[in-house]
Design a protein around this ligand. Structure first.
Ligand SMILES: [Zn+2]
Length: 268
């Protein structure tokens, strides 16, 4: 019997997260023949400026750019940054429910690894925290041996132009100082570095760093496909190639379980 094609499932909170945090890794994996499935939990990130149809079409365009084999939406409403996630939104959904659906997809595609988010949800958005939880539960339920927790390198990003996660953290902090109860924020965000707010994971805790510089054009194109979120005149799209490479030229993970094809992309 021929060996099954390796298959990795990327679980993301919002359309655009897949391109921003893991787009280069996906492009490199698909070039190696790895089957990549992207599952996105929500599809109406900010209903004031876009609708879910727009978001899905943008995600489909990004997925085509990255040569994703299969794109699935769980279809939950975005939970927003209010004091409590809205009823029926993704963060208000029982972890087991979303995890069950994710595990079903993982089994269906024969995933040997699931990519989810770090314990702080990269920057603390309630939907990202929910991705972390459901990703871990789904991996256990589907008996997927390897889990990568996608993150950003907190120290690295401190020294380069602002990553979009920086703006996201600021939005979250503003929302939280207004009405979010103390203690709901990810622990990571409670420790600003030199007055700059921090998300992600400290360098020393990151064991899997992927150099995506050779596929940066496609990562940028995938990010640009999310026009409603990252318009052509946004700060990130106006970065020159050198600055863009400094901020988005690496992708970071913390792995548990056996190594996979993804580890073949890592910087030793
Ligand atoms: Zn997001």
């Amino acid at each position: 019997m021929p060996e099954a094609r390796p298959s990795i499932l990327f679980f993301h909170a919002h359309p655009d997260d897949e391109a921003i945090f893991t787009g280069g890794t996906i492009a490199r994996l698909t070039a190696l023949g790895v089957g990549v499935t992207v599952v996105i939990a929500t599809d109406d990130h900010d209903s004031s400026i876009s609708d879910c149809r727009t978001r899905r079409l943008e995600a489909e365009a990004a997925a085509a750019t990255l040569k994703v084999d299969r794109l699935e939406f769980l279809g939950y409403p975005d939970s927003g940054l209010g004091p409590k996630p809205a009823r029926g939104s993704f963060a208000a959904t029982p972890t087991e429910e979303a995890a069950d659906r994710l595990a079903g997809i993982a089994v269906g595609v024969g995933a040997t690894a699931i990519v989810t988010y770090d314990a702080g949800g990269i920057y603390g958005h309630p939907d990202h925290l929910a991705v972390h939880r459901a990703g871990l539960v789904a991996a256990r339920a589907a008996q997927v041996p390897t889990v990568y927790q996608a993150t950003v390198d907190r120290e690295h990003l401190h020294f380069v132009a602002t990553h979009v996660v920086g703006h996201a953290v600021e939005a979250l902090m503003q929302a939280s100082s207004a009405d979010r109860p103390e203690g709901m924020l990810a622990d990571a965000l409670a420790r600003p570095i030199d007055g700059k707010l921090a998300g992600g994971t400290p360098t020393v805790l990151i064991d899997t760093t992927v150099d995506v510089s050779d596929v940066l054009d496609r990562k940028r194109a995938a990010m640009a496909a999310h026009v409603s979120q990252i318009p052509p005149d946004s700060e990130v799209m106006l970065l020159d190639d050198v600055a863009f490479a400094a901020v988005y030229g690496h992708e970071w993970y913390v792995r548990s379980g056996p190594s996979t094809m993804l580890d073949q992309l890592t910087i030793p």
